[in-house]
Design a protein around this ligand. Sequence first.
Ligand SMILES: [Zn+2]
Length: 538
Amino acid sequence: MAFELKDRDLMGRIGRLKTKGGIVETPAFMPVINPLTQVIPPKRMKKEFHVNIVITNSYITKMNFSDVPDLDVHRLLDYDGVVMTDSGAYQILVYGGVEITQPEIIDYQRKIKSDIAVILDIPTGWDVPRERVEYTVDETLRRAEAAIPLIKDSDALWVGPVQGGRHLDLIAKSAQRIGAMPFQVHALGSPTEVMERYMFPVLVDMIVAAKRNLPPHRPLHLFGAGHPMMFSLAAALGCDLFDSASYALYAKDGRYLTPNGTLRLEDINYLPCSCPVCRKHTAEELKTATKAEREKLLAEHNLHVCIAETDAIKQAIYEGSLYDLVERRSKGHPAMTSALKRLWEYREDLEKGSPAFKGHGVFYYDQNSLARPEVTRYTRLLNENYRRPTKAETLLLITTPTHRPFDNSEEYKRLSQHLYNELGEDIDGLHICFYAAPYGLIPADLSETYPLSQFEIFTPLDLETTRHTARAIANYIRESDHKAVYIYRGKGELDDEVECVLMDTCEETKINLTTVWNNDPWSADAFSALTNTLKQRK
Ligand SMILES: [Zn+2]
């Protein structure tokens, strides 16, 4: 097996990809190297930046170095790490008219000893009619089939690209069919327009459509990943490899990358980065350097940012905080916020990939945290696996205590003692649950389990979060068989929303609903009002 998984979070994973040129730990960022000119020599990338994998273009290499005998791409680039070569399908599409056949380019990649190589696929492009998209998918599949006999005794890893553009059904078909062929790596052809126009929600749809239909144990490469602010999003959706030329292209254009966006050098007075370039130079020095020197320094800084971001992603997967990282990066650009919101649609996919226990608390920052796997998993398990005690036919919903675990909080212990003193054995007829954002209903006897006590949530709650919480409780009640529901509530927005939503739910399900309301639900007066009401229930 060429690919071995070590850790996972969301749909992202840390893996080890074995190639003939060495082992690559994923997620891996691969700088795009132009075989003709390099602003940072690949040898320096390996030594000073610890870049263990790069990607270059076999078509451009063939066009310029075809007369060099026994050319080895590692020697050409003066780089002793892992080299992936693209087939140049994209260049052929863009510049057209240049004739090269798939057997030729496959043979060439074998000759120059690429460690990871790509068949001659047909990139889908953007804004093309559906018939054209269908053609690119079918023709890529046809070429993939034709490539199998040409690569079967190769020691390189071969990439089977998935096409389909924004047509998710065609991506799914493309992924299913190519996933059934004996490739070791897959790649998603992402139209440059999607990246350049920051259509990140579309990209989310495209990646998930591919991931759902590809064999999960094969790594997925995202072609042309672009800006480092979206690396964590791509990793969270299960992309294991991504290439980008942004470090060099942005440098050429006087742009300074940060993990959250891009700054123009002329707008910078201070360098907000701890890389060697930014510690050795001032903003003024960068601005007044010669053009060539400035481009070189900016490229070095930009490369440091891309690599540090990749390490931040790996650390986040390792500690189970990848969702937090994606949330932070979503502030970099509104298009990233839109992509984060899009994750709600795929919350079940995110949940499936995430470990059940992360050993640390969960932070809820705003409504966008509702797609976190902890919320999805808890809601699912409560509905699928939890059963109330048989005798406890009356549901008593208690407002959120201020301390966690809820059933161990001082205020709840007093209330619980009071209920016991006043109701005696009748307390067995009560199914005591708390209601709290974002989980909804929390049975008292589960409130110490992970993550129901290990979380922090923002206040005041936003509308989406109170609505989500109230709806989760309503859904539970609809599926349960309680004879009556009591709400013991305070004066917060969540209390209002829960009462309002449950009035409708209980009317619809013909369950008797009673509300006991107090501004201070933890006062002795409030306790007495509750037990007096409960005593009347027979
Ligand atoms: Zn820097």
